[in-house]
Every structure is written in C-alpha cells, then in structure tokens.
Design a protein around this ligand. Structure first.
Ligand code: B12
Ligand code: SF4
Length: 450
C-alpha cells in the first residue's frame, strides 16, 4: 500500500526536535513492504497546509498516518493547545486525499485517544508504540477491515527510525542537536507522570549497535556532533547506560550529548563514565526540593539524593539542570521556599520550573483526584487542566515571578512565553549547538564573576 506518514509537530520551543516516532513507524511500514513517504511540517511554517496538500496529491496515499507529539505545551498559566493545528492537518488531509484512511498515533494521541478520534473524526488510531501495531493495522486495512482503536504493542522496529526520510541537517542547524533513543519504559510511578502510560513500565532495551550506527551516520551525513538521548530515565537500568557509554568509547566517536536522569539510585561512577563518553550535561527529573512535596508526587528519592547527585554531577564535570514542578500535591509556601533554597544551595546550571501539574487520564494523581470526586468523568480533556495545591494556588504566579526575577538560570515556560525565543534563534543562526541552557549558564557565570 501507499502510506504517507505526516509528522505534524511545528513547535520550535525550546528547539525544533526530530520526529523520531514518525520516523520509527515509517521505517516499520517500509520494512513490511509498503511504499512509504514522510511529510514533516516542522519547518514549513504557514506553508504547511499547501505543502501537505501538494504532497498528498502527488503521492496519492491509501493510508495517512498522522503523528501527533504534543497535546499542549504544559505551560500554565498560558498553556497553548495544539488541537487547532491538528484540526487543520486533518482538514488538509481530507481535502487532498478524500479516499485515504486516516490513522492517528503519537504521544499526544496515546494520552487522549478516544477524544482525539472523535474530535478529528479519524478512521483509526494506535496508542503506544506504533511499529508493530501500525503494520498489523495496515494489513487489516488492506483487507478492508481493522478496528478503530488499536492498543500499541510494546515492541520496536527492526531497523530503527527512517532518518533518511528527514532533513536532519535542518534540525541540526535550527535545533542544535539531533536525538537518539536507547531504551523505553519506566519502572517508577510518579503521581503525575505519563511516561509509564506511553512506554510501559518494563524497561525495553533497544539495540545499542543500532543507536551508535544512527549517531555515526548523522555525524557523517550532516556533521552532527550534538545529541539528546530521549530516554525518559537514561540511568535505569544502569547496566544499559553503561553499555551505551562503553560502546561510544570503544568506537571513539567524538560526540557531545545530554540525557535525562533520575536522582534515584544514581551512582557517581556512571556520571564519570558518561562524561568520558562525551556527555556534557544532564537534566534531573527532580520535581521538588522538600520531602513533603516529593512524597506528594510519589518520587522515589529524597532531598539527600538530590544533593548527592548534584555534587556528583559537578565532580564529574557535567553541567546539570533540575526540572521542577511547583504547586504539586502537598505544596505549601514553606515547601516552595525550601525548594528554592535547595536550588540556591546546589547552584545548578539551569532550573526549569513548570507551574502546576498537568493532569492526564490514567495517571495515579488523576485517579486519586477522581476517587476524591475532585475530577469528574470527562473532566480531563484536550484542553489543558492543571492541579495546583490549594495552599499555594493564589500566589503561585507572583511567587515564581519574584523567584525568577533575580535568578537568571531559572526558566519558567508558563511565564516566560516568547521571552527567549528570538535570542535563542539568533544564537542558533550563529552556530550555537547543544542545549542553549548550557550556553546561557556560561554567560551568566561570566557575568556573576564580574
Ligand atoms: C525527549 C523529550 C523531549 C526533549 C526532546 C529533545 C530532542 N531533541 O528530541 C525536549 C526536552 C526538548 C522536549 C521538549 C518538549 N516536550 Co517533550 N518529551 C520527550 C520524551 C521524553 C521523549 C520523546 C521521544 O523522542 N520519544 C521517542 C519516540 C520514538 O517515541 P514517540 O514519539 O512516542 O513515538 C512512538 C509512538 O508515539 C508511536 N507513534 C508516533 N507517531 C506515530 C504515528 C502513527 C501513525 C502511529 C500509528 C504511531 C505513532 O510510535 C512511535 C514508536 O514507537 C516524551 C515523553 C515520552 N516518553 O514519550 C516527552 C513529550 C513528548 N514531551 C512533551 C511536551 C509537552 C514537550 C514540550 C511542549 C514541553 C515544553 N513546554 O517545553 C516541548 C516541546 C518541544 C517541541 N519542539 O515539540 C509531552 C507531549 C504530550 C503532552 N503532554 O502534550 C511528552 C509526551 C511528555 C509528557 N509531559 O507527557 N521533550
Ligand atoms: S517522572 Fe521520571 S522517574 Fe517518574 S515515572 Fe516519570 S519518567 Fe519515570
């Protein structure tokens, strides 16, 4: 069959990101013998509808797979929903390819499948990992059937993402890094987190040789030296992280990379090994800096571990950022103050602070709130809804604004909006690579030293 995969995402904040998921399902469909093309809307700007329609009319797909990454930008109080954009995508697809079956998939779709299917009047949808399920569905569609909603199967394609269908050079120039995945799944169950729903709770280890091959190829084809490892928690299981680093060292590839780490059970030796293997910075999924809020979010580590891993990252020569969620269950003015105090003490190179907890169906927090009658059926939907602890809800914006005012390394997507967008774009145009917060931290260090 003729299959067009459409990577719908056009978000460029904090950077444009390679649509790995779309490329994975495209590769799986191609490996199964289908004729596959990929349309990527990322750099098309307002021309995307006319470009997409042109692509549809030329390629004449029998199936269009729409890859939907983000529901919204999770940035309370000014959260932006991508639903209008998805509506435009579907309208363009229906206009230019009225006979094609429309299949929805991707992380956004997986979080709210029933609502997207109805809202976008799609023919089919696949939740979770798409490689195996999409190929099965294509077979059924070819035979004239196929269920409307298919549960993805935890598995992955044999040949990795079809990166040859993407303009990786553009992502490297405009986004400053490419990306790679070494594993899926998360064994933890933090109260708000969607990752176990998206990727499963059992770690699935991807083939390290294939990941290294992707990196080498990108290095050769477009000179990319900077990568983001998209694994939700790179350090679990630690043995896989070690194997990845050792493989990089054994191949002697000169790369710079960044990864997400959990402070839980993180050994300093791993941080040192990562640094030797080219890692320059890490982002800790810390969330809070007080025992009560950490407990409210069901985190599997305490303040002690946050201190330990920060010291260890610095000793290993890695830049580090802490990601926070302010206003979670158990948050009070005292716990907020303690979190800020801890960050001031640890002096991370960056702090990313989201305000409020975006609620998604199926997460432990949403279930807890539903059991207490605080969220009704259908209460969590395509329009962003957030939990904010009652004890701080009134003054949270003012508090965060005041904190960030004299802390240049704090980034608050919900409050800063477009504040850094033009500056960062200019930096990229002038060749800045890697995470921009690494660069900013160097600049603020220079200013602080004066
Ligand atoms: C790494 C990551 C980042 C990194 C990306 C770095 C990089 N260079 O790639 C950074 C930090 C930059 C980032 C930023 C953001 N992110 Co982010 N990110 C992730 C993360 C952890 C992994 C994404 C990834 O690459 N996965 C690997 C690929 C292979 O998986 P996949 O895309 O899901 O694809 C599979 C399936 O979805 C499916 N599939 C995909 N497409 C299709 C199509 C069809 C037809 C079918 C059938 C199936 C299918 O099959 C694929 C293969 O199995 C996810 C969480 C997660 N675990 O998924 C969040 C996630 C995607 N991010 C999210 C968000 C919100 C954002 C931001 C908007 C946050 C912000 N305000 O800054 C920005 C947006 C950036 C942008 N330009 O779009 C949300 C999106 C959902 C939502 N809540 O709206 C997620 C799901 C996390 C969450 N909170 O739930 N992110
Ligand atoms: S926040 Fe991190 S550690 Fe916790 S469940 Fe999500 S991915 Fe796993």
């Amino acid at each position: 069959m003729r299959v067009l995969v459409v990577a719908a995402n056009q978000e460029h904040k904090p950077d444009p990101v390679v649509p790995l998921g779309a490329a994975c399902v495209a590769a799986a469909a191609r490996d199964a013998g289908h004729t596959v093309a990929l349309y990527d809307a990322c750099f098309a700007g307002e021309r995307f509808e006319s470009q997409l329609q042109h692509e549809l009319r030329c390629f004449r797909p029998e199936v269009v797979g729409l890859s939907m990454r983000n529901v919204d930008d999770v940035a309370w109080p000014a959260a932006k929903s991508y639903l209008p954009h998805y509506r435009n995508c579907v309208a363009a697809i229906r206009r230019a390819a009225p006979g094609a079956k429309l299949v929805l998939g991707g992380s956004a779709f997986t979080l709210l499948p029933g609502q997207y299917l109805d809202e976008l009047a799609a023919d089919h949808g696949v939740t979770g990992a798409g490689e195996v399920a999409f190929v099965d569905l294509l077979q059924q569609v070819q035979a004239g059937s196929g269920p409307r909603l298919v549960q993805g199967r935890w598995g992955h394609g044999a040949s990795g993402p079809a990166l040859d269908l993407l303009d990786l050079g553009a992502y490297y120039r405009h986004g400053g890094a490419l990306n790679v995945q070494t594993r899926r799944g998360c064994p933890f169950s933090c109260a708000y987190c969607t990752y176990p729903l998206l990727e499963g709770t059992r770690p699935q280890l991807l083939d390290i040789d294939s990941a290294i091959h992707q990196l080498e190829r990108a290095r050769r084809d477009c000179g990319a030296m900077h990568f983001f490892v998209v694994d939700n928690t790179f350090n679990h299981p630690a043995s896989h992280a070690v194997a990845f680093c050792e493989a990089l060292l054994a191949r002697g590839i000169d790369l710079r990379w960044t990864a997400y780490l959990s402070p839980a059970k993180l050994q300093p030796a791993l941080l040192h090994l990562m640094a030797r293997a080219g890692c320059t910075s890490v982002e800790f999924g810390t969330d809070a800096g007080h025992a009560a809020t950490l407990a409210g979010l069901d985190k599997s580590f305490g303040v002690h571990e946050i201190r330990q891993v920060s010291t260890a990252a610095r000793a290993a020569g890695l830049k580090f950022a802490h990601s926070l969620i302010l206003g979670g269950p158990g948050e009070t003015t005292e716990t907020l103050a303690a979190t800020v105090k801890l960050m001031d003490e640890l002096t991370p190179d960056a702090v990313f602070a989201m305000l409020g907890v975006r609620l998604y169906p199926g997460t432990p927090l949403a279930q807890r709130l539903a059991a207490q009658g605080l969220v009704g059926p259908g209460g969590i939907g395509l329009q962003p809804s957030f939990f904010i602890s009652e004890a701080v809800s009134d003054g949270l914006v003012e508090f965060a604004t005041a904190v960030a005012a004299d802390r240049p390394r704090w980034y608050l997507p919900g409050l800063h909006g477009e504040k850094y967008a033009r500056f960062w774009k200019r930096k990229r145009t002038h060749g800045a690579r890697g995470p921009l917060w690494e660069l900013m931290s160097e600049q603020t260090s220079t200013l602080e030293a004066r």
